[in-house]
Ligand binder design. Structure first.
Ligand code: IPT
Length: 266
């Protein structure tokens, strides 16, 4: 039997590590996995490619809002499908970490350290998860009578994090930079190092994801952990159970992220 995975760009570390975990679990359970990467061609095309290969069930790791998720679910019916990147209240079965819990952990860590001048480096506009992390940051800042020092946007890549952070350097610096993913934080660290800034003495940095490399950044990155291996395993298990109708598995609640305090915050 064959499972299909429609995924966002595998040049990005989080989806790549997710695909790896999914592949390993599928193989261990005796399933084949076919992968369709969406890229510019869009969710519909990627999902159609999987259907054309006669998959028995689908995992969809594409950023989708509720309307698009419903549309894709209709397209794949009656095959079981599980979504990995949709809003917490999506009208489809989902397996994911709560963006709200995660974003709150990152910013509350900075506030607890006494930071008040916090710049935000947001993810791309098209990502619902990025928007939800951003909204939560703004809400927690507002709860503390604060507004962002600056708001920057990247496209999830290290390069975009580097460029955005360069634009921060000309004027008064924040004491902390809160970043929507670890790859952009990697680029941010490089820009800050180049400017001769001490991390975390002069500026703190917090990431999001805790992909496998993040503990190896210089300094090791403080970040919000989404356990990607666990997510991959649980999503395959749920799908296989549904497929075999052993029992109808309980609907999953969003998992809770964990703050990993390393050496980029003080
Ligand atoms: C999200 C990652 O946090 C981000 O780093 C980027 O890789 C993005 O995926 C790609 O779509 S995780 C997602 C399941 C919300």
């Amino acid at each position: 039997r064959t499972l299909g995975l429609a995924t966002s760009d595998l040049a990005l570390l989080a989806p790549a590590q997710m695909a790896s975990a999914i592949q390993q679990r599928a193989t261990a359970l005796g399933y084949r996995l076919v992968i369709a990467m969406s890229g510019a061609k869009g969710a519909d095309v990627a999902v159609q490619e999987l259907l054309a290969q006669r998959v028995d069930a689908l995992l969809v790791n594409l950023p989708l809002d509720n309307a698009s998720a419903s549309h894709i679910a209709a397209l794949t019916r009656p095959l079981p499908g599980l979504f990995l990147d949709v809003p917490d209240d999506a009208p489809v079965p989902a397996c994911q970490y709560s963006a709200e819990t995660g974003a709150r952990q990152g910013i509350e860590h900075l506030l607890a350290l006494g930071h008040r001048e916090i710049a935000l480096l947001n993810g791309p506009k098209a990502s619902v998860a990025a928007a939800s992390r951003h909204q939560t940051w703004l809400r927690v800042l507002a709860e503390n009578q604060l507004t962002p020092h600056r708001e920057l946007t990247g496209d999830w890549s290290a390069e975009s994090g580097y460029q955005a952070t360069l634009s921060l350097l000309g004027s008064a610096l924040p004491t902390a930079l809160l970043v929507a993913n670890d790859q952009m934080a990697l680029g941010a660290l490089r820009a800050l190092h180049q400017a001769g800034l001490q991390i975390p003495a002069e500026i703190s940095v917090v990431g999001y994801d805790d992909t496998a490399e993040s503990a190896w950044y210089q300094p090791p990155l403080t970040t919000v952990r989404q356990d990607i291996k666990q997510l991959g395993e649980r999503s395959v298990d749920w799908l296989v159970q549904t497929l075999n109708e052993e029992q109808s598995p309980a609907l999953m609640r969003p998992f809770a992220t964990r703050l990993m305090i390393r050496e980029t915050t003080a």
